[in-house]
Write a protein that binds this ligand. Structure first.
Ligand code: AMP
Ligand code: MG
Length: 402
């Protein structure tokens, strides 16, 4: 077991744990938000044929060099039509946006630049070849426009359809157990006894699992009791692909997640050099990856954001540039001084906003690791290297949360 690892090392160790990636075929209409499991090649050219980018007239450019030229109308090309008249010398064919370019035409005149009467049209503006969208100029048949590991965003779903795919192969959603541990915890909505608090972490953790492309399975609260915890972990290992617990991993003698993992599981690392969120452990229970997150609400959210999310997303084969993620790395100018942490990467809650050409960061609420409101009141995390404070006006690295 490694102790007190950096965040990068923690991710490396977690990624060494095998995670079975399964795939399945789904209808495109159900594929939004999923990860593509295979490269998608286009079944067609896009555009499929030369067509007009404007409503107007398909003409021969050389016939329209003079303003005021009168051309004979030979018919109309509409989107979806097949029998299209060809255009010869001194002729024009009406054309709609997206309609096929008639044989013989090599330029388009916009409708606004024309005046038609009966069988003739007067050309009052330029005839432009640039108004023709050429066959295959966006995509060639057979070319891969969506790579395995890309997220099916709304635009990607439309692109998959454009390429002719009604069904796509996606990564199956892994089942992730989310287990909250602690004697003091009570489900929200129920009466609180003396000393009890509402259990909150599993709600946020489960929803982050969904954001990254997993299927969470939230467990009922587990008391600080080794037998109930063992039973829950066994059940989770049998029915899920990975396990996330919250609580019970610090130094206290009640910290039973760490206790049971030490005695009966396998711990790969314990403690990460980050603040907040120092106490996590990672290991396996019955061969399944297990993240033991801290109980403090901010800590568990932050550790999920910077460790579990990238682990899950990479284990599923997500692309670095287009996979699901919890935030984007940015540079922000801080409006206030920010205190770092000795020996630890310091992730203070900050609010990031665009101000002119730069991103500006500020902090407002109390930063305690128990204050989940600080994660709602802010939209970012500072990434202050160990032993580094930042001054007012200094530019720092930060994570802009999505
Ligand atoms: P622990 O890591 O178990 O020592 O918990 C640290 C702090 O987080 C304690 O104040 C707990 O009451 C609190 N806590 C632990 N688990 C949860 C949870 N699931 N929801 C809300 N607070 C929690
Ligand atoms: Mg506890």
């Amino acid at each position: 077991m490694e102790k007190g690892v950096t965040l990068e090392r923690a991710l490396e160790i977690a990624l060494e744990c095998p995670f079975p990636r399964k795939t399945e075929s789904v209808l495109l209409e159900e594929a939004a938000g999923r990860l593509l499991a295979r490269d998608l090649a286009s079944k067609v050219d896009d555009p499929r044929f030369d067509n007009s980018a404007m409503d107007g007239w398909a003409v021969r450019e050389e016939d329209c060099l003079e303003i005021g030229t009168v051309l004979r109308i030979v018919g109309t090309s509409q989107a979806g039509s097949s029998a299209i008249p060809s255009v010869g010398k001194g002729e024009a064919c009406g054309i709609m946006t997206g309609a096929p370019l008639p044989e013989g035409a090599d330029a388009i005149v916009m409708i606004e630049d024309s005046a038609s009467e009966g069988k003739h049209v007067t050309i009052n503006g330029p005839a432009r070849p640039g108004y023709i969208r050429r066959q295959g100029e966006n995509l060639r048949e057979g070319s891969v426009a969506l790579e395995s590991g890309s997220l099916l965003t709304p635009a990607a779903a439309s692109l998959a359809a454009t390429m002719g795919h009604g069904e796509v192969e996606v990564v199956s959603m892994p089942r992730i157990a989310v287990i909250g541990v602690g004697d003091e915890l009570t489900p929200p909505g129920e009466p609180l006894s003396e000393g009890a608090i509402y259990e909150s972490n599993t709600y946020g953790l489960a929803s982050m699992v969904t954001m990254i492309g997993g299927a969470p399975k939230r467990y009922e609260i587990i008391q600080d009791n080794i037998d109930s915890l063992r039973e829950a972990l066994n059940e989770a290992a049998e029915t899920c692909d990975a396990i996330i617990t919250s609580g019970g991993v610090s130094m206290g003698s009640w910290d039973i997640v760490r206790g049971i993992m030490e005695q009966e599981g396998e711990i790969r690392f314990w403690r990460i050099m980050i603040r907040p969120g120092g106490p996590p452990l990672f290991g396996t229970w019955m061969g399944k990856p297990l993240f033991g997150l801290p109980g403090n609400p901010v800590s568990s959210h932050v550790v999920f954001t910077v460790l579990v999310a990238p682990w899950l997303s990479r284990s599923l084969g997500a692309n670095d540039h287009s996979g699901p993620r919890m935030g984007n790395r940015v540079r922000v100018v801080m409006e206030e001084p920010l205190k770092g942490a000795p020996g630890k990467l310091c992730m203070r809650r900050i609010s990031i906003r665009q101000d002119g050409d730069s991103l500006v960061g500020s902090t407002s609420t109390h930063q305690g690791s128990g204050n989940i409101h600080s994660m709602v009141a802010h939209n970012g995390l500072s990434l202050l290297p160990p032993d580094t404070d930042s001054k007012e006006g200094e530019t720092i690295d930060a994570l802009w949360l999505v």
